[in-house]
Design a binder for this molecule. Structure first.
Ligand code: SAH
Length: 230
């Protein structure tokens, strides 16, 4: 079972939206577990402060290495340590697949201007970003990363085959999907999908996935062509 420890100054944010829908059901069914640890519990002053001003000056506050270090050492149970950080490698479906095979993941959620760099060196911390924009805290990023990981755990999605067809799985975006009503505002569901001809439907979907990827994500389409030709 995947066991997640999150180090945060807002433990009450967890499990948050991970407590709903497929990820929530999986949590109830003990397909994964999460413990949110309050970094403030390791602070020593009466105000429970975890941050201090940046050495060298500049705006904002930095989370202190000593306090965060104690929180890590008191709770670490092995496995990868990830700091949610805009400076990290960008999360991809490939990384989510990798993480879904881990037993233990420890996640550090930054606040303020981030954490003291020595934490990253001392504990061999990996930095993961969820995209090129700045959030106010790592908690949001952690939940997004975990959401994409948990839905890949065995038995979490009802129909495991549906993973394979999803966007990014083979460097292709998903083909267009339709459901009832068959006619809506003068628009019909493509006839081929009503034909019951599974092989033709599969061919059509592949072709539509290629068209969509080429138009919407030329960068991804190039990867798709490269992997197809290699
Ligand atoms: N001063 C930092 C940003 C701090 S934002 C910089 O310029 O790099 C505060 C916290 O939010 C960070 O410590 C990090 O944990 C989280 N965060 C912000 N943007 C993020 C992103 N794109 N991906 C992952 N975490 C992010």
């Amino acid at each position: 079972m995947l066991s997640v420890k999150v180090l945060t100054v807002f433990p009450e944010i967890f499990p948050g939206f991970l407590g709903y829908s497929l990820t929530g059901k999986a949590l109830e069914e003990k397909k994964w577990q999460i413990e949110a640890i309050n970094i403030r519990d390791y602070a020593e002053d009466k105000h429970k402060s975890v941050d201090d001003t940046p050495c060298g000056g500049g705006a904002g506050m930095i989370m202190r290495a000593d306090i965060l270090g104690k929180a890590i050492e008191a709770n670490y149970q092995g496995g990868r340590i990830i700091y949610m950080s805009p400076r990290g490698k960008t999360l991809t479906q490939k990384i989510s697949h990798e993480l879904s095979k881990e037993e233990n993941i420890t996640i550090i959620c930054g606040r303020f201007e981030g954490i003291d760099e020595r934490i990253i060196e001392e504990y061999n911390v990996e930095e993961v970003s969820i995209g090129d924009y700045i959030l106010t805290g790592g908690e949001q990023a952690a939940q997004i990363m975990l959401d994409s990981v948990i839905r890949l755990l065995p038995g979490v999605l009802g129909n495991e085959a549906s993973i394979e067809d999803e966007s990014f799985e083979s460097n292709l975006l998903e083909y267009p999907q339709y459901t009832r009503p068959i006619e809506w505002k003068g628009r019909s569901v493509p006839e081929i999908l009503l034909s019951g001809h599974h092989q033709k439907i599969e061919e059509w979907r592949r072709e539509q996935a290629e068209i969509a990827t080429k138009a919407k994500r030329p960068d991804l389409f190039k990867k798709y062509l490269d992997s197809k030709n290699s």
